[in-house]
Structures are given as structure tokens and as C-alpha cells.
Design a protein around this ligand. Structure first.
Ligand code: AMP
Ligand code: GLY
Length: 433
């Protein structure tokens, strides 16, 4: 392909997800210069810093036009919800990521529930409240396990999975006390679903929906799926026990949601992330996100055979039906290395060593999350520091390889779960349903 066919790209975000996107975008023959904002130690070693606020629509659109950017790729939810994609498209630049209105699928749980209701999609029964007293009354009425959710974006912290009425009441009060700011001014109380969780990301241009490979995140901080929720401690793909019927049901749900949004006058383009519970009555939606998952992306993209620049442009320009996406037969496992104390408080600035040795193992890629370069040294700069992804021809092989690579990396306070994928290897019976 000639040089004139390449396009310059601006990538927004600072996590392992964006590092995985960067690596895949850079593989494309159509990728020109890649800029990143704000990036991290790994991203900025491979892309040039764009010194702008990723959440400021005018700043992002202005940078894109000034620098002749041909495609803006939005990784996280915050810029989407603040309308960055709208501003970029209004400036005549292609953008991967839904409009602010479409991103309400993630930005408001009530909005998403209402779309699901209209689309006739299975999800947990719920009620929403803007005051504490009626919410508390509903919790007492349910008189058992339930889930309390702040309506808006709360960085993954606004969900309380309550086993008892007391815990649920406490959750309701916490939401309304302002802990989650504006996000908690409306609260959803819903029935508790049981089963294994499964993430199914899909690409869409608003009409065509291309499901990506299934994956399973490990949200809890401690081994055995105990402890507080985190941004994700590890992940694998594909999910071995999903039946073809379940897979088809999840894809059908995503197609119906995209079609419903279109019927409502909203063109959803970008990635629609479906978070599902595989219940004994079939898959039910736990949540939708308006973006790629983190850390799901770190196991999905390495197995994907596609030109990511081409696919992202097609999501934007409505020609996704002509995209070419297929999958390696391999398995991928990614283990998250965190700073001691995460998801609570932790220290930063610890020197990281061993990444090159880990990546020297065939099939291993280390994606950076909370890292930065300081005086020529790579140091920790966040709770989730690195994602160590291994791809191999068996699930067990990928697990072993990922953990072997994790041992080669070191920094003070390095913490990890040793049981990523272990429950799935025991089979579906390892989940209570
Ligand atoms: P969400 O951000 O809505 O996906 O919720 C975060 C996590 O809380 C999910 O990944 C599940 O582990 C759990 N969760 C959310 N909703 C429910 C539900 N209705 N039943 C059981 N667990 C849930
Ligand atoms: N892995 C969970 C998320 O991306 O929201």
C-alpha cells in the first residue's frame, strides 16, 4: 500500500486497553503517525504525546484538525459521555466511539434499562429511585439479596452486590449520601442474578453488528473471587463453557439493542460492550459499556485477525458490512500486576524491571497501564500497573506462560491473583447457579 493511503491517528486513554489498541492499530498498513493523550509509559514510548485534555471536546477536535488527524480513537468512557466523538465528527474527522447520546448506554443505567425494555432484552428486574426512602422501602419489600447501583459513571465503584437487606440499605444510603457525586443522585435497585459472567464486545456502525470473541474478567481483588470489586485483576478469552446457543443469544441481544437505538433515532457506532450473566434461564444483561473493556481488550485484540484501522473507519462511515474480521484458534490469558493496596490506597514511583525478559518469551506481550517514564526509568504510576498477556494453543498453556512471564517482572509492592482462569478450567460446575 502506498504512503498516501496512511492516516494519522489520535488515541485517547491511558490504560492497558489503549496500549493493546495502539499495538493493533500500529500493525495496520494504513496507520500513519500515532498520537496519544494522555498515554502512559508504554504508550508514549511508541506514540507521540498530544498535550490536550482527553475529556475536552473542543480541545480534541481542535488538535485533530490542526494536525491533520484522519481518525480519533476513544478508549475510555469519560470522553465519550462528555461528547468528544460528537465534536470530532462535527469537525469532519472520523472517530471510533459513540456519540454522547449513544454513550448513555453506559453513562446512565436507567437509560440503558429503558432501551433494554423497549428492545425486549432479558435483564435483571429493577426499579429506579431519586430519593432514599422509597428505595429503602423497595429493598425491604425484596427482602433478600439484591444489587444497588448508582445511575451514572462511578469508575466501576457504584455497584453494591448486597447479600442481605442490611447491606442493601447501607448501599442505598451510601449512594444518596453523595459518595458517588452526581452519579448517585438516581439509584437502581435490581434483582440479583446468578451464574458465571461473560463479556461479549461487539463492533457496530449502527446497522451491522460484528461480535468479538467472548472473554471473562475477574473483578474481585482477591483469589477465590473474594474482596472488593476492582477495575479487573485478570481475564481470558474465549470463555470455554459458553454454549453456541448462549453465544447466539448474546449476539442477538446486542443486535436488538443497536436496532432499538436506531429506531429511537440514535446511531450507535463504536464498540458495544455487553456484560452478561449466564443464568439457568439464558444470558441476561448486567450492564452495557460504550467502549472496549479493560482488561478484556488485552486478550481479545491479540487473537483478532483484522486491520483495526480499516475496521474502526468502517464503524464510523457505515460500511462495517464489508469488514474482514476472523479469529486465531489460540487462547489468551492476561494477568494484571497491581500496586500493593489497590483498589485502596497504594504508593507510586516504584521502578519496574523485567518487562523485556517477559516479552522475550514467545507469545507474551506486556501492556502498560499505570506506568510512566521518569528520568529515563520506568516506574509505577497507578493501581493497575501492567497486563501480562500470553497467547498459546491451549488454555492451560496460556495460563502457565502468563504466570511464568509475571515472575520475570518486578517492582516493589507487585501484587497479583494467581487464580486467573482457574475456576473456568474446573468447568461450569464451579459456578453456583
Ligand atoms: P456493573 O457495573 O453493572 O456490571 O456491575 C459490576 C459487577 O457487579 C458485575 O460485573 C457483577 O459482578 C455485579 N453485578 C451487577 N449487577 C448484578 C446483578 N443483577 N446480579 C448479580 N451481580 C451483579
Ligand atoms: N472489565 C470491565 C470494564 O471494562 O468495565
Amino acid at each position: 500500500m502506498s504512503g498516501t493511503d496512511t492516516i494519522d491517528i489520535l488515541l485517547l486513554g491511558a490504560g492497558g486497553r489503549e496500549h493493546a489498541m495502539l499495538r493493533k492499530l500500529a500493525e495496520s498498513p494504513r496507520a500513519g503517525k500515532i498520537w496519544a493523550a494522555p498515554g502512559n509509559g508504554g504508550i508514549l514510548a511508541e506514540a507521540e504525546l498530544a498535550n490536550i485534555d482527553q475529556n475536552d471536546p473542543a480541545a480534541v477536535a481542535g488538535f485533530a484538525t490542526e494536525h491533520g488527524i484522519g481518525l480519533v480513537v476513544i478508549g475510555p468512557e469519560a470522553p465519550l459521555v462528555s461528547g468528544v466523538a460528537d465534536a470530532v465528527r462535527a469537525a469532519g474527522v472520523a472517530c471510533f466511539g459513540p456519540s454522547g447520546e449513544a454513550a448513555q448506554m453506559e453513562g446512565s443505567k436507567v437509560f440503558a434499562k429503558e432501551v433494554m425494555e423497549r428492545a425486549g432484552v432479558p435483564t435483571a428486574r429493577y426499579k429506579s429511585f431519586t430519593e432514599s426512602a422509597p428505595a429503602e422501602e423497595y429493598v425491604r419489600e425484596l427482602n433478600g439479596p439484591c444489587v444497588v447501583k448508582a445511575d451514572g459513571l462511578a469508575a466501576g465503584k457504584g455497584v453494591i452486590v448486597a447479600q442481605t437487606v442490611e447491606e442493601a440499605l447501607e448501599g442505598v444510603r451510601e449512594c444518596f449520601s453523595g459518595t458517588f457525586g452526581e452519579a448517585g443522585s438516581t439509584v437502581v435497585v435490581e434483582e440479583m442474578l446468578k451464574g458465571p459472567e461473560c463479556s461479549l464486545l461487539a463492533l457496530t456502525d449502527g446497522t451491522t453488528v460484528i461480535p468479538l470473541a467472548s472473554s471473562q474478567d475477574h473483578k474481585r481483588a482477591l483469589e477465590g473471587d473474594l474482596g472488593p470489586n476492582t477495575g479487573g485483576m485478570g481475564v481470558y478469552s474465549p470463555v470455554p463453557f459458553v454454549t453456541p446457543e448462549e453465544h447466539e443469544a448474546m449476539v442477538d441481544i446486542e443486535r436488538r439493542v443497536v436496532a432499538q437505538l436506531k429506531a429511537d433515532g440514535i446511531n450507535y457506532s463504536g464498540c458495544l460492550y455487553g456484560g452478561f450473566m449466564l443464568t439457568k434461564d439464558g444470558p441476561k444483561v448486567l450492564e452495557f459499556n460504550a467502549r472496549f473493556g479493560d482488561p478484556e481488550t488485552q486478550v481479545v485484540l491479540p487473537r483478532m485477525k483484522a486491520d483495526l484501522v480499516d475496521v474502526f473507519c468502517r464503524c464510523d462511515n457505515g460500511t462495517l458490512d464489508q469488514a474482514d474480521v476472523s479469529w486465531d484458534d489460540d487462547w489468551a490469558v492476561s494477568v494484571v500486576l497491581t500496586s500493593a493496596g489497590y483498589p485502596g490506597s497504594y504508593e507510586k514511583g516504584k521502578e519496574i524491571t523485567g518487562i523485556e525478559d517477559a516479552e522475550a518469551l514467545e507469545g507474551v506481550t506486556v501492556y502498560h497501564a499505570g506506568t510512566k517514564l521518569e528520568d529515563g526509568k520506568l516506574v509505577t504510576n497507578g493501581g493497575r500497573v501492567l497486563n501480562v498477556t500470553a497467547v498459546a494453543d491451549s488454555f492451560e498453556g496460556a495460563r502457565e506462560l502468563a504466570y511464568k512471564a509475571c515472575e520475570l517482572i518486578d517492582f516493589e509492592g507487585k501484587t497479583l491473583r494467581h487464580d486467573i482462569g482457574a475456576r473456568a478450567l474446573r468447568g461450569r460446575d464451579a459456578w453456583e447457579v
